[in-house]
Design a protein around this ligand. Sequence first.
Ligand SMILES: [Zn+2]
Length: 483
Amino acid sequence: MAAIDLAALARSRGVDLTVWPPRYDPAYRPDPGAEWWLPEVECAPPAARDELVLAKLQAQLGWAWERSPFYRRKWQQAGVSPAALKTLADLARFPVVQKAELRDAQAAHAPFGDYLCVEPGEVARIHGTSGTTGRPTVFGVGRDDWERIGEAHARILWGAGIRPDDRVMICSFFSLYMGSWGALKGGERLGATVFPFGAGVAGQTAMAVHWAQDLSPSAFYGTPSYALHFAAAARREGFDPRSFGFRVLFFSGEPGAGIPATRRLIEETFGGICVDMGSMAEMSPWMTNAECRHRTGMHLWQDLVYTEVCDPETFQPVEFGREGTPVYTHLERTSQPMIRLVSGDLARWIGDPCPCGRTYPRLPDGLYGRIDDMFIVRGENIYPSAIEDTLRAIDGFGGEFRVIISRREAMDELLVRAEYAATHADPGAREALRATMGERLRLRLGVRPVLDLVPAGTLPGTEFKARRVVDDRDLYRRTLGSA
Ligand SMILES: [Zn+2]
């Protein structure tokens, strides 16, 4: 197996991967007809790329060990140090980081926590969570990190089919929310025309529709639910959403773009392709989970952020084909590096090839749930097992279900998507079934869910019991600033 020729890469594309953090030529851009931004890395045999990943990982761990009391303490307690990392598999010996630890570290060492690995004066941007529940988390992004985030996002947006002659309309909240700014930075680095319209102000969507009509943007960024809201506003204003000419619509912040029915709806509504992206704000560059233009599930861009899909109890990587929770590790972040940050999301990963030629592993179903069981809706503690239990006791239930919790207006909304058996296919029987399910769930849960009935066999089975919940409330709050 030939290693990636780093010297050739530096000559041809101005990318110096022999130093850490890597150096990128800000003037570099592929030919617009090219499929890839950095094909030598994106399409490399995985084992060859892993050598590069290992070298970056060793440097990243060394950086954190030298500069962060947080990581040094954690790793010493676990009996590991950067010297223990001889292969990529050794990363699983390092303890994971939970979000609560980051909040605690920031409470003890305000404002950035003792995992800030640069001088506070080198922080170029402060972002954060809105903190509607509990203490907000502060993100300090270093100046050079911000430029590298732009590099990473440009490369990934290129894979989604965005080109310099595109006009990218960004319809999400410009606040502490990282999503909007990350999309903006990537679009700028790529050389596209960016149009940071924003979202979340009363009356803004109707305005956005008219601006889109006048400016003919060719790409859209936002959340899937906002895109559909935008389409509805367009129709109210007398426009067909297809008339805007969006060629590429890319999303983060909610799992919808990876849900086949939602994707289909978005593509039919706008006539462009729907591309699913996004990991976590802490992990910026957050686009390192991202589909290419072929939309075969999110690629894990492993040489930018190294992702392990892990068993949610042991945090050891699971084999391809299995599901677990993504655990993320930065590879070129100097300010607030995250090393083995647990996402809490649920995903399945595979190593199958994609028609685009990239050799990254993929999440074929996106991020489709959360590993934690209990959730709270309108003050009621709700367990998916209670929903399962109730549904299974009802004659006519088709065998599988999903729970989607979202926040619309000021209220949490509980949507239960349940299969109906073939015996209940006719509309009358289905309506009776809907009434029974709604009433029994209300009695059991204390909250009346919205029911969406689908034919048996529609929803794929899950490997983990009760891992059927999609909670997009936090993301929704951060995006649209409700609550
Ligand atoms: Zn691909």
